[in-house]
Design a protein around this ligand. Sequence first.
Ligand code: GLU
Ligand code: ZN
Length: 276
Amino acid sequence: MATRAPIVTRFAPSPNGPLHLGHALSAIVAHDLARAGGGRFLLRIEDIDGPRSRPELADEFRRDLAWLGLEWGEVPAQSTRLASYAAAAEALKARGLIYPCTCTRKAIEAAGAIAGSDGLIYPGTCKRAPPDPSFPAAWRLDAAKALAETGPLVWEDALAGPQAVDLSGLGDVVLLRKDLPASYHLAATLDDAADGVTLVTRGADLFAASHVHRTLQALLGLPVPRWHHHALLTDENGQKLAKRRGSPALVERRRAGEDGQMLAEQLRLQHLRLGT
Ligand code: GLU
Ligand code: ZN
């Protein structure tokens, strides 16, 4: 059998709020996949959400992971990497692959945008009629132009199998926010490449984003990892366990004296039961 390079996985939480059970599952799945493959498990703090980002939460995240019995290596937080995002964004601008958009959410709704797999699909208003350059703008991927340039692309999910890139579910996503030289999509894609991540592990709620990330890898000449989107935890009624509903945050359970390694074992069992 051919030997594969050891896998590098990561857990990439945003310090906008405390970690919940779903995060714990993502971290455990990534950790265990790395462990099983003799590879590395990385923690990356995705702290570029401006005022929503609370740096003090990152320390609690580290305590939560240790409490769950996980070991990790940490890579630099996103807030220290803005220059690399800006450089990639400039390159995309120069190639005409992103365009400025000054639309507010209200304007997008008013323009009759339809719902995609993750919110409204941008109806292309500012692509058809470029906005006044004196207004602050977000920059959106010109999905049609991008795919015309890359040609057909595929990516591989460990559970769902090969996927043909299809950007129609997300449309022209924002790659640079009005306030930042990046968005989640651009920053995470660049960082996964910079961090040598070979297996992107995260919840199935981010499945559609991988079509965008695969496109960015092709456009920017980045290495292409594999993906592992794990099933989301559900409650007794089969409802998805959204982070703001229901169960207490990990930090609360930890402070209440619960055994974190026992909790991790329970999550591993639930994960097996979900089949993924
Ligand atoms: N920072 C993202 C979040 O907390 C996760 C990003 C990822 O795993 O790609 O939702
Ligand atoms: Zn617009």
